[in-house]
Design a protein. Sequence first.
Length: 406
Amino acid sequence: MFARKTVLTIGIVALTAAGCGSSDDAAPVVEETGTARAGSDLAAEAGSTEVEGPEPRLVVADADSGRIEVLDLATEESVHTFDVGNASSITTINGRYAVATDDEQAHLLDPGSWTIDHGDHTHSYVKDPVDIGSLDGAEPAHVIAGDRKVSVFFDGAGRADVVDFDSLSKAESTVATTIESNAHHGIAVPLSDHFVVSTGGTEEDLPTGLEVRDSSGDVVRPLDAACPEMHGEAVFSNYFVVACEDGVLKVDASADFGTTKFPYPTPDARAWSFAHGSRGALVAAPTETGVLVLDTRSGEWVQARTADEALSAGVSSDGKTVFSVQADGTFRVFDAVTGAETSSTPVVRPTTDDDDAPELQVGGTRAYVSDPVARTVTEIDYRDGGRVARTFDFDFTPASIGVIGA
């Protein structure tokens, strides 16, 4: 399983959720299938219990067996092990669900912890982890959430399956919409009761354009803007951005799916993937010369330059800080406004091998970095000079990680 390796500080401190319009001594709200805490004004989901604050869980996929371990970060205990065939890639959805993919299936998992943010307070819940079900298809790749839906694009099948959040909350994997396309490394972005789907791609070449589909998946119209060598996207409430060879393209549903292109700030800049926080409009992309940061509202760029390649990037939940894991094995923290580096911490061995590349995920006030070679995941307090808080050992190679419930 796993073992605690190094303890340099006390574990994560959960944020206490404020009450919601009821007195502290009010009787607890008890639903037929779920339990809310005393004073809460929200009913608990079936099988769940409301808790005082976030109880995040780390989800770790084995590179070789398809085993997925769920670790309670407060108790440091394993709460569940999923066996999902050969799945070794994890995408977290809405801070709640995990989608694990292999060459032939996308497995929908509920690791059993989540937090609902109401702005001035939060509600947090836990339940036993659930294997919701799987979607079958060749080469599932881009898993994208938006508009209370999650879409999985199957490159080899040229198809995207879409599941509503309402189905997931009922532990059902019912496909609400199927979007037919051609075989290519594609995307289908749920947005404002529509879908924006990649076009122009083949099995050898990346997509070059986008089209709008209606809620049934039928074509409405192509978008005028071109996006050569499309790869990497980030979705917000009513718009999304996608990385192209010549810049980042923004598609805005509130402007009748109008588009805006943000050219890269320098010729050597190119984004291939994006990370973004739970709040704000910033996205961060790892590059060969550091981290590219884009304000997706204003189109303004910030470059955090480094001497070597950034392998993975992250954005803090408040959008004020960006992070990277570098090829030299360091975890670096940058000011999101200026791009200035504020700390650098050695966390993994230097690497140039994609198979051994570390993965960076952010959960609440901590960042997590996997080390496939050392079979560890390191927890970092990025607000305290990038201090290593804990390191977890595993008896398998952590191919992919995610954080839920933060």
